[in-house]
Design a protein around this ligand. Structure first.
Ligand SMILES: *Cc1c(COP(=O)(O)O)cnc(C)c1O
Length: 397
């Protein structure tokens, strides 16, 4: 396995590259455990509907304290299945923040509903429910937990109760995050997890899960991932019925991904701790740096509400120029998320205009994610921070 940094560096004398993301070293260390699980899949000869998905679901449910984990093939599918299982009807409105990954809102459309956008709180980046008009069609609210912390679930829950709305959480990024001791995704009808490779618990390709404490939602989501077939579908797949009650998807989690995720789950807590250490190093090194408008600010931190650094996001002046400067020095960055959802062409028919959600628009224009993953070294973080300081003329590199 050749390390991306080594490849990028060949033939130059520059400092080694800092990729935006890699888990090559983690996978190398974990490979014996991954391989043993993969061998079990191959030896058994059951390449779908195998036992590893059920094993992973039970292990993860125990780890996060959820009653049900339903493995599916992506976080996006998990959102669609959750919305449908939670009872979304054609034409229902779902309140979604305008600053998020596009799947938060496209899942609503795919499930037959209509997104109603809200602005965000400019410090924590969570949904600001005071910015959306509730109509007769409003049925659900979807807080999205972005980058390192949960949206303000106190405000979201009060808003949902006041208007009799169902809370569905886009907790795709939020594995390990808790509010009042309860894991993300379990504060309303249910939530989702994404195991896209860059996520805190990343697979070797696409995978996701619906998580819920509600038996009926779990049963429906489990049926919907397998063509709408009800039966004893929760304990993975045995004894499934052939009757199709709801039109479903084929969105089963692959046993190959479950084999990888089962092995990686063992290092999840250590990975989260490593991310926190590196995030602190960034914050120490970048505090007071001219040009940086905002460092990650954890708003709710107590014994029962813990953040998890999935992404280290800064808001800066001249964002695109900084990204280009870092790229020229072989440092990868990513813009989360460059286009606010209310201005995405796929939602143009909803009739939103620029200027309606100023905090979301400002975040889209200024936010930049720096490299953050367990394989990253302290000296790589130092190098990134020196380059950022040098770019803004604040000393360094
Ligand atoms: C990653 C992500 C998703 C989608 O998950 P996939 O597994 O990539 O389909 C949805 N919402 C948010 C906020 C995400 O970060």
């Amino acid at each position: 396995m050749e390390h991306a940094a080594v490849v990028a560096d060949r033939g130059t004398t520059a400092a080694p590259a800092v990729p935006f993301f890699t888990q090559a070293a983690s996978f190398t260390a974990l490979w014996p455990a991954v391989k043993a699980n993969l061998d079990a899949v191959v030896d058994r000869g059951k390449y779908s509907h195998g036992p590893l998905v059920g094993r992973f679901e039970r292990a993860l449910a125990e780890h996060i304290g959820a009653r049900h984990v339903i493995g599916v093939n992506s976080g996006t599918d998990a959102l669609v299945l959750l919305l449908r299982a939670a009872g979304l009807q054609p034409g229902d409105e779902v309140v979604v923040p305008a600053f998020s990954f596009v799947a938060s809102a496209s899942s609503v459309v795919l499930a037959g509903g209509r997104p109603a956008f809200a602005d965000i709180d400019p410090v924590g980046y969570g949904i600001d429910v005071s910015t959306v008009p509730v109509t007769a069609a409003t049925r659900m609210v979807m807080p999205v937990h972005l980058f390192c912390q949960l949206a303000d679930l106190g405000a979201v829950t009060a808003f949902a109760q006041r208007h009799a709305l169902t809370v569905v959480e886009d907790s795709a990024e939020a594995i390990g995050m808790r509010w009042d001791g309860l894991h993300a995704g379990l504060h309303g009808a249910g939530g989702v997890l994404s195991f896209f490779p860059t996520k805190t618990l990343g697979a070797l390709g696409d995978a996701g899960a619906v998580i819920t404490d509600d038996d009926r939602i779990a049963e429906t989501a489990a049926a919907l991932r397998h063509h709408g077939r009800f039966g004893r579908t929760l304990d993975n797949f045995p004894g499934i019925s052939n009757e199709t009650v709801l039109p479903g998807l084929n969105s089963k989690m692959d046993d190959v991904q479950a084999a990888v995720l089962l092995a990686k789950l063992a290092t999840l807590d250590a990975d989260i701790a490593r991310r926190a250490t590196l995030a602190e190093q960034y914050t120490r090194a970048l505090r007071g740096c001219p040009g940086i408008r905002r460092l990650p600010t954890v708003q709710h931190r107590d014994a029962d509400t813990n953040p998890v650094f999935y992404v280290y996001l800064v808001e800066v002046d001249h964002r695109d120029a900084l990204a280009a400067y870092l790229a020229a020095h072989s440092v990868g960055t990513e813009t989360y998320y460059p286009v606010p959802l209310h201005l995405q062409p796929c939602f143009a028919h909803l009739g939103y205009r620029r200027g309606q959600f100023p905090h979301a628009e400002a975040a889209c224009a200024g936010a930049l994610a720096l490299p953050l993953y367990p394989d990253l070294t302290e000296s790589q973080v130092d190098r990134v921070c020196s380059l950022v300081r040098a770019f803004y003329g604040g000393g360094g590199a």
